[in-house]
Design a protein around this ligand. Structure first.
Ligand SMILES: [Zn+2]
Length: 256
């Protein structure tokens, strides 16, 4: 495990459990039992800015005979270095005009609300598939400077995508946001359960609505160049309980 990594916790209890709860650092995990692997599993993540060190994992289970069992361990997080890049974007995305400040504030509130709610059910199933079939143009985690002024971290994975490229849901879930935002442009957010979300920015067209259920591969819209961009591409991001995690690692995880 490294800073910025998505993580799958998979637990094989010594006895049949009827319930399993877990805590990774200060966040509660949402375990689900799979008959296929006869194991319990939960998706989670490590903060991009987490310092290397030892961090606590705690589990509490109830066996079929009613006996309670617990487990605790310190897990090691290593350090991953991410690159630094400079970007040029239209100036209104670095120093937004006064006329849009209220809009930006409102959108911050919407995002804060969506990002702080955790759906404990599991909607996702199996591997996360790439949202487009094109190659990567910018990796997750790089320290960025916009127009030599504003600093930020790249909290997603960019794919080369000409305007109009089909964008698909990476896994099963529920659309919790499908609308135009100032920085993100036309944006779709899918809730996969267990506190795990994926985000699709800068679309030219959205073809799903908030509340829609989607499967892996369901068309969400077409890529574009709306919002804070320096050209057409798809920005694809993944979040777990308030943290952004590396989508490239997520796409490589073998999942039940
Ligand atoms: Zn991006």
């Amino acid at each position: 495990m490294v800073n910025g990594a998505p993580v799958l916790f998979r637990v094989n209890p010594p006895d049949e459990f009827t319930e399993l709860r877990g805590w990774w650092e200060n966040r509660e995990l949402s375990f689900r039992h799979s008959a296929g692997c006869d194991c319990w599993y939960a998706l989670a993540g490590v903060d991009l800015n987490q310092k290397p060190g030892e961090y606590p994992l705690r589990l509490e289970g109830i066996a079929q005979n009613g006996v309670k069992a617990s487990f605790a361990a310190q897990l090691s997080i290593g350090e991953k270095a991410y690159p630094t890049t400079k970007l040029s974007v239209p100036p209104q995305y670095v120093e937004p005009p006064k006329s849009v400040l209220a809009r930006i504030q409102e959108e911050e509130a919407v995002k804060k609300r969506l990002f702080s709610s955790v759906t404990p059910e599991t909607y996702w199933s199996g591997r996360f598939a790439p949202p487009v079939s094109t190659s990567v143009s910018a990796v997750f985690g790089s320290a960025r400077t916009y127009n030599g002024l504003k600093k930020g971290q790249h909290q997603g994975l960019d794919f080369h995508a000409a305007v109009g490229t089909t964008v698909r849901a990476t896994n099963r879930g529920v659309v919790i946001l499908a609308r135009n935002l100032y920085y993100e442009g036309n944006c779709v957010i899918v809730d996969h359960g267990q506190g795990f979300l994926t985000l699709y920015f800068h679309l030219s067209e959205i073809v799903v609505s908030e509340g829609d259920k989607v499967e892996s591969g369901t068309v969400l819209g077409k890529s574009g160049n709306t919002g804070r961009v320096n050209g057409p591409h798809l920005h694809f991001a993944a979040r777990w309980q308030g943290l952004y995690v590396d989508p490239e690692t997520l796409l490589k995880l073998t999942l039940p």
